[in-house]
Write a protein that binds this ligand. Structure first.
Ligand code: DC
Length: 208
């Protein structure tokens, strides 16, 4: 089974996605991390086409570039911003999409990102699109990041990134026609995980 979860920055795709993936034993792929790894590689002069995803740990697969393991260094806002800019480039998107498509070819996966349901795994059995107000996403980010930056500053950064991700020419952020849209603004993480799980279970039952 293939599941996609798309949506804007800070909407909870990662924490929700990881829990759902664990529940259904799906390999969890964070496409944003691949864009972040390429942004990090570009800044540090690494060989971008050496990027690989090692699916050893199902809920937290490793990313390698030039033999270097990348993880914590990818989580900064600066890298997120750089990744969003880099994501406009066609060769960059092709590099990421190829890794995802190859990895997903013979596996059950849950892939989260911006364009997975619309442009990468268009045949996925379950497509989810998560949304929440920019204000609520900024509040969650602040709590999660333990930062000195003000809520207003974080919200402005999120809005800027949303705009870039939604208006780019190639595979812009938008819900797939056949996706289920869930507004998470007033839902707990648990409630979102449960809703998505119900959708997957229903789909699995239909397949039997
Ligand atoms: O999900 P994230 O914040 O880690 O993603 C970082 C950036 O990568 C995001 O702002 C835009 C880009 N991205 C993309 O263009 N397409 C995806 N499927 C995932 C991320």
């Amino acid at each position: 089974m293939k599941v996609t979860i798309d949506g804007p920055a800070g909407v909870g795709k990662t924490s929700v996605g990881r829990q759902v993936a664990r529940r259904f034993s799906l390999l969890f792929i964070q496409s944003g991390q691949l864009y972040r790894a390429l942004a990090y590689g570009r800044i540090n002069g690494l060989q971008l086409d050496s990027l690989s995803l090692e699916p050893g740990d199902k809920t937290d697969p490793e990313l390698l570039m030039d033999g270097e393991k990348l993880k914590e260094e990818l989580t900064t806002e600066e890298i997120g911003e750089k990744a969003s800019k880099l994501a406009k480039e066609e060769e960059i998107r092709e590099l990421v999409n190829e890794i995802i498509i190859d990895t997903a070819a013979d596996r059950d996966v849950l892939v989260e990102g911006r364009d997975i349901g619309t442009a990468v795994l268009t045949n996925a059995e379950v497509k989810i699109y998560l949304t929440a107000s920019a204000e609520e996403r900024a509040r969650r980010r602040k709590k999660q990041m333990n930062t000195d930056r003000s809520l207003g500053e974080i919200e402005a950064g999120i809005k800027k990134r949303d705009k870039r991700d939604q208006t780019r020419e190639l595979a812009p952020l938008k819900p797939a026609d056949d996706s289920v849209i869930i507004d998470t603004s007033s839902l707990s993480e648990r409630e979102v995980v449960d809703r998505i799980s119900k959708i997957i279970t229903k789909r699995k039952t239909r397949e039997k």
